[in-house]
Ligand binder design. Structure first.
Ligand code: ACO
Length: 320
């Protein structure tokens, strides 16, 4: 039986760091309000003209280096993003060219903040079926371009960044189980409700959100899907060494961990420094915990995300 395993991780954060105090100069807010409601202290913003494919390229190079693989070996690129460089081609195609990959498939997945978990689940199936022998799975976002600076309840929450993993075939299970869900009835509570029409933007091209409804929904489904994926893998919760949830808000993370019965010492938190980087948040946090030595061979890692759609999902991994 063929499985897939993560052989290397990489990430990239744009150089510009924007603190809560910096935001105080731009909108009617305070460091205290942002920290106590969300846990966020700062975020990174891309430079003018720095696009999702640029961030992704840096993250992919680092992931390939960590995996000891060359770009010539890559035969699949799956990019999760909500902030593509352009309407088409997809970021994966642009990234393929920037990396110098010349074979295999490359496509985007649009599942907002759950995008990376979706992309990883899809790539896992490609690898397990023998269709890919070296896959790049990426989450990359430039949210700074879709923030409404007249809406203080959303513009303080997001940041830019990218994370990537290299997925290889393996005789031993790396990815143990995955679960994905969607409920399209919740489209209205979190959206960028705009489209391009006749050369103009129709609608509002900024993040809109009903914060409290999103909060409750996120905690509920993150708790449920954890139980589902663990049951599918036949693994008790006590054997989860690291929980890496989507980094939207530390209060969502804490409430989910509490409901699951997982101590915060086993939870990876980056939202304080990255803010919400949507599809990039989980691979950014994963890369940090791998590189600082927290995640070690043989440990079980639970990745989870929830986002607009609504979409949500989980991937349970045995690190190897
Ligand atoms: N600075 C100062 N005051 C603010 C700000 C701000 N940035 N934003 C809102 N306020 C004010 C409001 O105007 C309101 O004032 P009022 O009482 O005078 O009317 C007050 O703060 C309370 O506003 P609420 O919206 O009720 O605040 P709440 O406690 O719900 O916190 C928050 C808002 C942080 C967004 C919260 O609802 C939340 O965490 N929701 C989860 C959503 C989330 O994290 N989304 C990320 C994207 S979704 C995802 O990734 C899954």
């Amino acid at each position: 039986m063929l499985y897939s395993r993560i052989a290397g991780t990489g990430s990239y954060l744009p150089a510009t760091v924007v603190t809560n105090s910096d935001l105080e100069k731009r909108v009617d807010t305070s460091d205290e309000w942002i920290r106590t409601r969300t846990g966020i202290r700062e975020r990174h913003f891309a430079a003018e003209g720095e696009l999702s494919s640029d961030l992704a390229m840096q993250a992919c190079r680092r992931a390939l280096q960590a995996a000891g693989r060359d770009v010539s070996e890559v035969d699949l690129i799956v990019v999760a993003t909500t902030t593509p460089d352009m309407i088409f081609p997809g970021v994966a195609c642009i990234l393929q060219a920037k990396l110098g990959v010349t074979r295999g498939a490359a496509f985007d997945v649009q599942a907002v903040c759950s995008g990376f978990v979706y992309a990883l689940s899809i790539a896992d199936m490609f690898v397990r079926s023998g269709q890919s022998r070296c896959a790049l799975v990426v989450g990359t976002e430039v949210y700074s371009g879709i923030l409404d600076w007249n809406d203080r309840s959303t513009c303080v929450l997001f940041g830019d960044g990218a994370g990537a993993v290299v997925l290889l075939p393996s005789q031993e299970p790396g990815i143990l189980a995955t679960r994905l869900h969607t409920d399209g009835r919740y489209t209205d509570i979190l959206a960028v409700p705009a489209r391009v029409c006749g050369g103009n933007i129709a609608g509002k091209p900024f993040v809109t959100m009903e914060g409290q409804a999103v909060f409750k929904f996120a905690v509920k489904v993150l708790t449920e899907v954890a139980a589902e994926v663990l049951e599918r893998a036949g693994l008790p919760l006590e054997q989860v060494d690291w929980f890496i949830p989507h980094q939207a808000n530390v209060r969502i993370i804490e409430a989910t961990a509490r409901k699951l019965g997982l101590p915060m010492e086993r939870v990876v938190v980056t939202v304080d420094r990255h803010a919400n980087t949507s599809a990039a948040s989980v691979p950014l946090a994963l890369d940090e915990a791998v590189r600082d030595g927290r995640i070690r061979a043989g440990q079980h890692v639970l990745l989870e995300a929830v986002g607009g759609g609504f979409t949500w999902g989980a991937c349970l991994i045995k690190w190897g």
